[in-house]
Design a protein around this ligand. Structure first.
Ligand SMILES: C[S@@+](CC[C@H](N)C(=O)[O-])C[C@H]1O[C@@H](n2cnc3c(N)ncnc32)[C@H](O)[C@@H]1O
Length: 445
């Protein structure tokens, strides 16, 4: 296989990044915009010893699963990888991938069909748009895949309608002098319709007047913040900020729970599927009024506060102080007496509270948990652990560690939180087995 040569191939499957997969001379080739069973002439744009990357030069036959992408930036911005595939095929594809992945952990795990969206558009409640000045004009949109180059957009079909409108208005009306030094524009919309705008940049250009104009145009904006970020890495938010208008939080609603949400606090990006996901997690937890529930990685406490409705007592543990403060305020605002939230590292808390839990919820970041952390959590001795994960690969890795600590997983419920992208959220039910513990070397140390 040589760079720039053209081959006629048939798509065999799809990679987890949304590329078509085919083989040439026994080598795997990842082809942009090729679906299984499609025949095409492809041009190799990258050839390494172990794999190739190609683009379609001419499509000879078209899959029944192919649809016309609804976005002008399809394939250009790094966001949606499945805009060329119909939604039900995308859900089937995600299910097949998960089946394959978890089969390698334990073939007895029952991976349920993916719970998809009825309307898989305009679902995202938060966007962080990189912003620059180029040739005397403001340019904003999303990064092109694997670059720092911006693919400009006027609207994005998976963002909430109002986020698109506020974004377009800001880009059209923000004076150039106020845009100097800005790095990102962050817009969030709650289910309550309240909105929040955060300007992130190296210097504050006195954006207060513009914030007032913005709110006049969109009265649902209750929070405008300037976040000063001079960091050299790609972390978007820093700790230093000034409220330009209103407050630094917005009010969210999840399954009837009122949540005061700080702009720095994590919140699921798909509020419709979040309710599906958390309802499923609570159902699997099967709580009783005698249970002490520990929620690790609790963020603003949504799962813990929902669990408090059916549990005896809830303790939430989270590392970001603003999120813990939000969680405690949310507890008070919702008149919940049987919950508390603590600012601490999840593993450290678990190690200090042996045998303290009946049921544990964990919802870690993408990187998942550590072997030591899992060992410590198992020392809490819960009969059941409900693991919510936005990264099936780290979930699969972590399940093996849970198994080494006397727990097993029989059921995984995937929920499509990230329609048209490669992402998928899973809830895993992990239960204590009667088998003796087989601690691995690392956790024995
Ligand atoms: C995927 S979010 C889940 C948040 C929460 N379950 C919710 O729905 O709002 C992961 C959370 O873990 C927190 N976190 C990250 N590392 C942590 C650690 N070592 N100990 C405790 N919390 C941590 C993050 O700040 C974030 O709020």
């Amino acid at each position: 296989m040589k760079k720039n040569s053209v081959y006629r191939v048939v798509g065999e499957s799809v990679s987890d990044q949304g590329y078509g997969i085919t083989h040439i001379d026994g080598q795997t080739v990842f082809v942009k915009n090729l679906l299984p069973d499609e025949e095409a002439d492809i041009k190799i744009i990258k050839a390494t010893k172990s794999y190739g990357v190609a683009i379609v030069q001419k499509r000879i036959s078209t899959s029944k699963d192919r649809v016309e992408p609804v976005c002008t930036q399809a394939g250009k911005c790094g966001g949606c990888s499945f805009l060329h595939m119909n939604y039900s095929s995308e859900l089937n594809f995600k299910h097949d991938e998960l089946n394959h992945l978890f089969d390698q952990v334990d073939p007895s795990i029952d991976v349920k069909p993916v719970l998809g969206m009825e309307n898989p558009w305009n679902y995202r409640n938060k966007a962080q748009f990189p912003i620059r000045i180029k040739d005397g004009k403001i340019v904003s949109g999303f990064y092109r895949p694997h670059t720092n180059e911006i693919a400009p957009i006027d609207h994005c079909p998976i963002q909430a309608v109002m986020i698109n409108e506020v974004f377009a208005w800001i880009i059209e009306n923000l004076p150039l002098r106020d845009a100097r030094g800005l790095r990102h524009l962050y817009i969030r919309e709650a289910k309550t319709k309240q909105m929040q705008v955060v300007f992130i940049g190296e210097q504050e250009n006195d954006l207060k007047d513009f914030a007032r104009l913005l709110q006049k145009q969109f009265p649902q904006i209750v929070s405008v913040v300037f976040n000063k970020n001079t960091r050299k890495d790609n972390v978007i938010l820093s700790d230093e900020y000034e409220i330009l208008l209103g407050k630094d939080t917005i009010t969210e609603d999840c399954l009837g729970l009122k949540i005061e949400l700080h702009f720095k606090s994590f919140y699921q990006i798909n509020p419709v599927q979040m309710e599906v996901l958390y309802s499923k997690a609570l159902e699997l937890a099967n709580l009783s009024k005698e249970d002490h529930v520990i929620e690790l990685y609790s963020g603003t406490g949504t799962i813990g506060l929902l669990a408090a409705r059916s549990a005896g007592k809830v303790t939430g543990v989270e590392i970001v102080p603003e999120a813990v403060a939000n969680a405690n305020e949310n507890r008070k605002a919702n008149h919940i007496e049987n919950a508390q939230f603590i600012c601490m590292d999840a593993s450290e808390f678990a190690a200090k509270n042996k045998n303290a839990a009946d049921v544990v919820f964990v919802d870690p970041p993408r990187k998942g948990m550590t072997t030591q952390g899992i060992h410590d959590i198992c020392l809490l001795e819960p009969r059941r652990i409900v693991y919510i994960s936005c990264n099936p690969r780290t979930l699969a890795r972590d399940l093996k560690d849970f198994m080494n600590n006397g727990y097993s997983c029989k059921l995984i419920q995937p929920v499509d939180m990230f329609a048209h992208t490669t992402g998928i959220e899973c809830v895993a039910l992990i239960e204590k087995t009667n088998e003796p513990r087989l601690l691995n070397n690392k956790t024995d140390e």
